[in-house]
Write a protein that binds this ligand. Structure first.
Ligand SMILES: Cc1ncc(COP(=O)(O)O)c(C=O)c1O
Length: 408
């Protein structure tokens, strides 16, 4: 049997567009957006898609059509967001270690800036006194699927630590900066409703100490199941609890604030697939290796975080015969292995694999292409989207000549 994505056979996609290939299910993206919107009934909710997860211009346009705003972390992402048609007031910029040039770019483009350090607050105030800003707070708790993805707590580089809030207020006063919003993002890949709500409680508690807030931004980080046995987060419960919390806050604060949430992975993660072709099979005393024509230059998560991505043989789906294989990439690195369980290289049980079969690496829509590189001087894949039965190329495959740009 041939595996299909949004009713299109992966073997046809591979034939028509070549491999390796990123494939996105546009309808799935819309469903994810709908699920999140429906779960949080708070009327002054604004979902800011964290475009670092997937910054393809066409995906951004689709997300804009579905009524979301944008969370950006670099001036490049602001540039991209404006190109995709987001209005400046729909975009927020949460930079880290931001340069004066980046501040200037955001100010010139009227994009709200969210500042995450006392030093940078002082710098920004000296350059742009009398501005409206947001501040990012580190609420002293963190969570996430990997150390690298935990962005709250004492070991994190992000945010103004909760015990430095008075100092932040003093600096704001010195430069007549109006703090109109506070923000926190404690980590990524969170599947536990209570962790979110715990962080939200802390931020709401701090929010009471500010007089002029219009915005409370509770960050992103909603996880998706990567393992077969992972349970999806109870999005309805999460939404209900968030709504409850913000409504109680409003009563006390005597104002209806705007609530921002910044999901990246939740919107695009399970809507993306990386298709690669089998080019080699090899036995060692320990393992059966299957070699594919892609590597961690195209999907770095297994290598960087030990992340698990399910892998399916799209050309021989649900076959009777299975085999235990280690799926290896084509880079000159022994760490270039896609099959990871609990952070370690481990074989997966996959439907029998033959030369030229198309393997489908699942849940690759977030932090896939956006973290890709040209390591080993290899071209990055093409990207296609399937929506309402139509397949469209949304990024051409790179050519070797593209990689020479700037060096000739
Ligand atoms: C400030 C901020 N907001 C939102 C996100 C999106 O996280 P996720 O894709 O896990 O929802 C991140 C991710 O690193 C982030 O740093």
């Amino acid at each position: 049997m041939i595996y299909t994505i949004n009713n299109i056979k992966v073997t046809d996609l591979a034939k028509d567009f070549g491999t390796p290939l990123y494939v996105y299910d546009g309808n799935r993206i819309e469903e994810n957006i709908k699920d999140l919107k429906n779960s949080i009934s708070y009327p002054k909710l604004s979902i800011k898609y964290a475009c670092k997860a997937n910054s393809n211009l066409h995906i951004l346009k689709l997300i804009k059509e579905n009524g979301l705003g944008l969370d950006t972390v670099s001036y490049g992402e602001v540039f991209l967001g404006l190109k995709a048609g987001f209005a400046p007031e729909e975009i927020i910029f949460t930079g880290d270690n931001t340069t004066e040039e980046e501040f200037e770019y955001c100010v010139k483009n009227n994009v709200m800036i969210n500042i995450g350090s006392i030093f940078q607050l002082d710098l920004f105030g000296s350059l742009y006194p009398n501005s409206k800003i947001m501040i990012r707070i580190n609420p002293d708790v963190g969570a996430g699927h990997h150390d690298h993805c935990i962005t709250g707590g004492p070991a994190s580089k992000f945010g103004i630590y909760i015990d430095q809030i008075d100092e932040a207020k003093k600096i704001a006063k010195k430069y007549n900066l109006k703090i109109v919003g506070i923000h926190s993002h404690i980590g990524s890949g969170i599947l536990d409703v209570d962790i979110f709500i715990e962080a939200m409680d802390i931020i709401l508690n701090e929010a009471k100490k500010f007089d002029d807030l219009d915005i409370i931004d509770i960050g992103g980080g909603i996880g998706i199941p990567y393992y077969e046995h992972d349970k999806p987060i109870d999005i309805k419960l999460l939404g209900a609890k968030i709504t409850n919390k913000i409504e109680s806050f409003n009563k006390e604060y005597k104002k209806e604030v705007n609530l921002y949430i910044e999901p990246g992975r939740y919107i695009v993660g399970n809507a993306g697939y990386l298709l690669a072709e089998v080019v080699n099979k090899k036995k060692t005393p320990l393992f059966n290796f299957v070699g594919i024509n892609s590597g961690f230059n195209h999907l770095i998560r297994p290598m960087a975080y030990g992340s698990h991505h399910r892998i399916i043989n799209g050309s021989n789906y649900n076959s009777e015969k299975k085999e235990f294989v280690m799926v290896a990439g084509n880079l000159c690195e022994s760490g270039d292995i896609f099959t990871k369980i609990n952070g370690e290289k481990e074989p997966y049980k996959i439907d029998e694999i033959r030369y030229k079969d198309i393997l489908v690496i699942m849940d690759a829509g977030a932090y896939g292409f956006s973290m890709s590189s040209n390591y080993n001087f290899r071209e990055r894949p093409a990207e296609v989207i399937i929506k309402d039965g139509i397949v469209r190329i949304i990024r051409k495959r790179e050519k070797l000549e593209d990689l020479l740009r700037g060096m000739e």
